[in-house]
Design a protein around this ligand. Structure first.
Ligand SMILES: Nc1ncnc2c1ncn2[C@@H]1O[C@H](COP(=O)(O)OP(=O)(O)OP(=O)(O)O)[C@@H](O)[C@H]1O
Ligand SMILES: [Mg+2]
Length: 261
């Protein structure tokens, strides 16, 4: 489904993400973990075709369903983003315009990608909000972003991202700004969505506990390189790299077992 073939990303001609390689199947969940500056967001942006102006993929290729995304025009990328490939940011509140009601923004987003009436778009949005366990969808639609909690805004962001049942969801620290309980709920919902729609997910997280709970495979990154890669059990039980061991020490231990929710 997604093949990232040995890409190197440069910022101002300086290689920053080096020889990154990832092959992903339909329905798979992969976590990228690693310290700040290790290149996680760069991976996500490269896949989305959203590197900043000074950034570029200098080597390698990115294939989505067998076709090179690097060869797509801006217009083709715009069509894919928001339908086949979607993205959730750390704070979806930042993505949503603060001075406009959720409803009009959500409806417009739907109308941008689908030729239906505004009323139908409205109903679709409400259904998506309720699927994300936001209780009164109509009420959320009437709200301004600042009237919602961080967790609610993040659910709105995920609801929007899931509207067109994307084949690939890219989530860059979607829960880092939230308290632990809300984090756990949202992570659980993302797993549910993955089961329901068979969406493949790449999630960036600082939290190896979150990674281990939700993903099939984990990639550990440091200084622009993947330093360890493996299935969740393998990473948790037999980490080979010192850095992974350090990350593991940050997960609480209960009754001699790693506490992975
Ligand atoms: N626009 C840019 N111009 C120059 N260098 C950049 C730019 N964006 C990122 N970098 C550099 O690329 C490296 C990787 O950054 P990236 O944002 O991918 O890290 P990250 O793993 O997502 O970190 P964090 O956990 O803090 O979000 C860093 O050294 C960063 O300084
Ligand atoms: Mg980042």
């Amino acid at each position: 489904m997604l093949d990232v073939n040995h890409i190197t990303v440069e910022y101002n001609n300086v290689p920053t993400l080096i020889d990154f390689n990832l092959h992903m199947d339909k329905g798979e969940i992969i976590s990228l973990v690693g310290e700040s500056g290790s290149g996680k967001t760069t991976v996500i942006r490269a896949i989305l075709g959203l590197l900043p102006q000074e950034g570029s993929v200098a080597e390698g290729d990115i294939l989505f369903e067998g076709r090179s995304l690097l060869g797509y025009s801006e217009k083709q990328m715009n069509e894919i983003r928001g339908t086949d490939i979607c993205m959730i940011f750390q704070d979806s509140g930042a993505m949503i315009n603060p001075i406009r009601r959720i409803g009009s923004q959500f409806e417009e987003y739907i109308l941008l990608h689908e030729k239906i009436s505004r009323k139908e778009a409205h109903q679709k949005a409400v259904r998506m909000l309720e699927a994300m366990r936001l209780p009164d969808g109509e009420n959320i639609m009437r709200s301004y972003p600042f009237q919602l909690s961080g967790g609610m805004r993040q659910r709105v962001g995920i609801a929007m991202a899931m509207t067109f049942q994307p084949k690939l969801l890219l989530a860059d620290e979607p829960t880092s700004a939230l308290d632990v309980t809300t984090q756990a709920q949202i992570v659980r919902q993302m797993v549910e969505l993955n089961h329901e729609f068979d969406t493949s997910v790449i999630i960036v997280t600082h939290n190896l506990g979150v990674a281990a709970y939700m993903s099939h495979r984990i990639l550990v990154m440091q200084n622009g390189r993947v330093v360890e890669e493996g299935g969740r059990e393998q990473i948790l039980q037999e980490p080979s790299c010192e850095y992974t061991k350090k990350l593991l020490q940050a997960i609480p231990v209960m009754d001699g077992e790693l506490y992975v929710e």
